[in-house]
Design a protein around this ligand. Structure first.
Ligand code: ADX
Length: 173
C-alpha cells in the first residue's frame, strides 16, 4: 500500500465509534496493514489532557488529533480516529488539510438509543445534573452532510459496519 488514509469516526457518545475503530483495527491487523487508533477518551488522557468541552477546546482537540493523523497517514499508516468531533467546520478543516485521503464515517445512532446503551453511565449523570455541556443533550452535534460512509449502529451489526468500511478501504488500496 502506497498511500495512507485517515478514517474519521464521528457521532454521539455511545453511538459506537470506539467499538468500530478497534474492530476495523483488528481486521487491518489480520491483513498486515499498518494502522494506529486514536480514540477521543484515550487522547484526552495524554495528548489533550488540558482540554475541556467548550467549543474552542473541542475544536482544539480535533485539530491536534487531525495533525497526528496527518503525520501517520503521510507515512502510509491508516489513522483510525474516533472522536465525537461535533462541529462540522472543525472536521472540514481536517479534511481540507489532509494530504492523504480523508474518509469520514458517520456513526449514526439515535440519541435515545445511545442514552439507553449508556455504556459509561454518562447520560444518567447528565440527567441527574452532574454533567453539563453534554453532546446531543445540552451541547450541539452537527451531523456530516456528505460522509463517505454511514453506519447506522442501531440497525446493523458491528460486522456489517466493519465490512462496509473495509470494502470502502479496499476499493481505495
Ligand atoms: S470531542 O467533542 O472533543 O470530539 P471526544 O470524543 O474527544 O470529544 O471526547 C468525548 C468523551 O469525553 C466522551 O466519550 C465521554 O467519555 C467524555 N465526556 C466528558 N464530558 C463530556 C461532554 N460534556 N460531552 C461529551 N463527552 C464528554
Amino acid at each position: 500500500m502506497k498511500q495512507g488514509y485517515t478514517v474519521w469516526f464521528t457521532g454521539l457518545s455511545g453511538a459506537g465509534k470506539t467499538t468500530l475503530n478497534y474492530a476495523v483495527g483488528a481486521r487491518l491487523t489480520q491483513k498486515g496493514i499498518p494502522f494506529e487508533s486514536l480514540d477521543g477518551d484515550e487522547v484526552r488522557t495524554n495528548l489533550c489532557w488540558d482540554l475541556g468541552f467548550t467549543r474552542t477546546d473541542r475544536n482544539e482537540n480535533i485539530r491536534r488529533i487531525g495533525y497526528v493523523a496527518g503525520l501517520l497517514s503521510k507515512h502510509g499508516v491508516i489513522a483510525l480516529v474516533s472522536a465525537i468531533s461535533p462541529y462540522r467546520t472543525a472536521r472540514e478543516l481536517i479534511r481540507r488539510a489532509s494530504k492523504t485521503s480523508f474518509i469520514e464515517v458517520f456513526v449514526n445512532a439515535p440519541l435515545a438509543v445511545c442514552e439507553q446503551r449508556d455504556v459509561k453511565g454518562l447520560y444518567a449523570k447528565v440527567r441527574r445534573g452532574e454533567l453539563s455541556a453534554f453532546t446531543g443533550i445540552c451541547d450541539p452535534y452537527e451531523p456530516p452532510e456528505n460522509p463517505e460512509i454511514e453506519c447506522c449502529t442501531d440497525r446493523e451489526t458491528i460486522d456489517e459496519s466493519v465490512d462496509k468500511i473495509m470494502q470502502y478501504l479496499e476499493r481505495q488500496l
